[in-house]
Design a binder for this molecule. Sequence first.
Ligand SMILES: Cc1cc2nc3c(=O)[nH]c(=O)nc-3n(C[C@H](O)[C@H](O)[C@H](O)COP(=O)(O)O)c2cc1C
Length: 368
Amino acid sequence: MTANLTARPAGSIALAPLLKPVTFAGMSLSSRFAMAPMTRFRSPGGVPAPEVAAYYRRRAEHGVGLIVTEGVWVDHPSAGHEDTVPRMTAGAAEASWRRVVDDVHAVGGRIAAQLWHLGSLREPIDGLAAWTPSGVRESGRPASHAMTAADIDELLDAYAQAARVAARAGFDAIEIHAAHGYLLDEFLWPFTNRRTDAFGGSPARRAAFPAAVVRAVRAEFPASRPVIVRFSQFKERRFDARIAETPAELDQILTALVEAGASALHASQRRFWEPAFPDSELNLAGWAKQLTGLPTITVGSVGLTRDFLRPGGPESISGLVQRATAGEFDLVALGRILLGNPDWVTNAAAGRLDDIVEYRKSHEDTYY
Ligand SMILES: Cc1cc2nc3c(=O)[nH]c(=O)nc-3n(C[C@H](O)[C@H](O)[C@H](O)COP(=O)(O)O)c2cc1C
C-alpha cells in the first residue's frame, strides 16, 4: 500500500504541508507531489515494456500522489520518429498501458498520460517532413511542412483517438504537452507561428489550435477525469523564448485553454523560485492560478541539491513550502531527482538525507 508519510521521526524536515492527501481537479491524491513527465526510451515498437509498470509503481508507492507519464505520441506519423518512445494506440500499447495504470492504482497512486507531438523536432525520416505551424524551424535544420487546415483536422482526430485509448486504459487524467518548443508550443510562440488564418496572430489566436486539441480530448475523455495542459515560456533549445511578454498576453492564451475545457495547468519552468514577470514574486504556476482560478502544478529544480532540504532561502524547501501554503500552486512536480531516487519523498519526509543520491545526467540510463 501507499507509504505512511505521517510517521516521521523527530527532527525530520518540514515537508508536512506537502505530504497531506489532497483533492486536485477532482482526483484524490495521497500527497501534493507529482512525478514530472520524463522520456525514458523503454517502449520498443511504441509499446511500454513490462519494466515501465514497475518503474512508475515504485514512485507511486513512495509518496508521489500523481504520476505524469513520459510523453506518449499520438498515433500519427508526424508525431515522432523514435521506436522506443511509447505511443497511445489501440492494441498492444493499450494493453501495456492498462498494466501500468493497474500497477500504479494497486499502490494507491493516480496516473495521467502525457500526450505529445514533436512538431519541428521530429527528424525528417521516412520521407515525411516535420509538421509545424508555418514551416519555420530553428536555423540550420531541414525545412518543415506548414500545416494545412486539413492537417489540423487530421491531428485533432489523432488526439481524440489517443484520449479514447487513454480512457479505456483507465488513466485518471490526460496531460496535453503544450510546452518546451514542441508542436502545440510552436503554435503559441510568435517566432514559429506566422499564420494569418484563425490559428495565428494575437496570443488568443495562437492558442486556437492547442485549445482545439483540448476540446477534442475533452470530448472523448470522461467528464469526471481532468484534462491538464502543460505549457512553458522556455523552449528546450531556446531558454530565453517567451509565449507571453506580459500577464495580459498569458491571460489570453490561458483563457482560450480554459474555455476549451482544461481542468488544471502545469506551468513548466526551469527553477520554481523564479518570478514569471517583473514586479511580482509569483512564479509561472502562481500566475496561471491567479489568472484562471484553475488548480496548478509547479516544477523546476525541486530537490536537485542536497542543500535543498535544509531550511533556507527561496530556492530551498522553506521557499517551496511557503509558496505552497500561501496557495500559489497546488502540486509540486519532481523531475530529475526522482529518476535516481524513487523513494525521494519518503526519504525527504523522514530526514534521511544520506539515503538520497545526487542526480547525474551521465547515469540517466541506469535509473529504474
Ligand atoms: C530525461 C528527461 C526527459 C524529459 N521528458 C519530458 C517529457 O517527455 N515531457 C515533458 O513535458 N517534459 C519532459 N522533461 C522535463 C521534465 O518534465 C521537467 O520539467 C524538468 O526535468 C524540470 O524538472 P526537474 O528540475 O525537477 O528535473 C524531461 C526531463 C528529463 C530530465
